[in-house]
Design a protein around this ligand. Structure first.
Ligand code: BGC
Length: 360
């Protein structure tokens, strides 16, 4: 039995090496699979033995889980994937996390490799949600329970497979909270008192519906409250800190004091924008407002220091917990009815008043 397992394991490792490019995966395919401490035959100290012993290690009772991340080089998804990996490993699963490098063709190949390896469940952070109909068809034909995270596909894309669920947040809520953060300032964002809030919008990758809805609902919150708005510019910053800085610097030099509010679809871009704001000699809270989403550690520090007006907690830990519990329910036979395949975790508004509660 052990021999067979060992052979299967070795085969899987070879396959994953070919398809996942080895170096780009967080766990090297040749790495020893994680093993539960409680397993009778393999004790933790045995795990340090030679290679021959390594392939003898049995797959934990929990099973094999493939986790596909759209790209490792994303501040928020780094926190999220670390939380996911820790949770899964603590539960005794054998986890392989792979980096899609923001390349859908690569991610499709990784998913197909996991399917060939016969993983017990998949957790997928899509590169392109628009490719999810094809992915759902693939996991359905292999009948692999699948949790999609962070980038929400359409309900129609998930509908064909009732062992598939999306776990994320309601992006509209985060946009509304960003608008409220501006409404809660002493002049409701109208710093120069000209009767309207003039803003620039630094947008994430529109492939993620979070980008579209945060852009829409942040401004809608102001307008719904009767505050007039003027968009000076909207630029795609792809969730990236350097791009956020560059865009904000350009906008500040183009529009100068006209810019009263800098809306960023995430904190990474807001932290970049903050550098541009400082370099332009502007001061957050005095002559400009700046908001983001995610509550990254550096953004929490900035909110506490008053160099960001506020942010919105995108709760990576709770989403990771929900993703794992949904995965386990699917593995235990739960199915999701059409139209009920999205499960949301709440966002939380973070201001200087409550930021202490979020700093670890
Ligand atoms: C986060 C961004 C992140 C993106 C990745 C969003 O929910 O707010 O920081 O870059 O997800 O898809």
């Amino acid at each position: 039995m052990k021999k067979i397992l060992a052979l299967m394991l070795a085969g899987c490792m070879a396959l994953s090496m070919v398809a996942c490019g080895g170096g780009s995966t967080e766990k090297e395919p040749t790495e020893e699979p994680k093993t539960e401490d409680s397993k009778e035959e393999v004790k933790p100290e045995d795990a340090a033995k030679d290679d021959a012993d390594k392939v003898e290690a049995e797959v934990p009772a929990g099973g094999k889980i493939g986790v596909c991340i759209y790209k490792f080089d994303d501040n928020f998804m780094t926190t999220y994937r670390n939380a996911l990996q820790t949770l899964l490993e603590e539960k005794g699963y054998e986890v392989t996390v792979v980096d899609g490098n923001n390349d859908q063709a690569k991610q499709t190949e990784q998913i197909n490799t996991f399917i060939t390896q016969g993983v017990d469940a998949l957790i997928i952070n899509p590169v392109m949600p628009s490719a999810m109909a094809t992915t759902v068809a693939a996991v359905q034909s292999a009948d692999i329970p699948t949790v999609i995270i962070n980038r929400e596909p359409t309900a129609a894309d998930m509908a064909p497979f009732n062992r598939c669920v999306y776990v994320g947040c309601d992006a509209a809520q985060s946009g509304t909270f960003q608008g409220q953060l501006i409404l809660e300032t002493e002049n409701k964002g109208d710093i120069n008192g000209d009767g309207k809030v003039s803003y620039i919008m630094i947008q994430g990758d529109p492939e993620n519906i979070d980008a579209k809805l945060r852009t829409e609902y942040s401004v809608k919150a102001l307008e719904d409250a009767g505050v007039a708005t003027e968009q000076l510019n909207l630029t795609r910053g792809d969730w990236d800190q350097n791009k956020g800085q560059e865009i904000c610097a350009n906008d500040l030099s183009q529009f100068g004091d006209k810019v009263e509010v800098v809306f960023c679809n995430n904190d990474a871009m807001a932290l970049g924008a903050l550098e541009a704001i400082k370099a332009a000699g502007r001061e957050v809270g005095k002559d400009i407002y700046l908001v983001g989403v995610d509550a990254l550690d550096a953004a929490l520090d900035a909110v506490q220091a008053g160099t960001m007006t506020g942010t919105v907690l995108n709760d990576a830990q709770s989403q990771a917990e929900k993703a794992v519990s949904c995965m386990e329910e699917l593995m235990n036979g739960k199915t999701y009815a059409e139209g009920e395949q999205s499960v949301y975790v709440d966002y939380v508004k973070v201001t200087s008043d409550n930021v202490k509660d979020f700093i670890k």
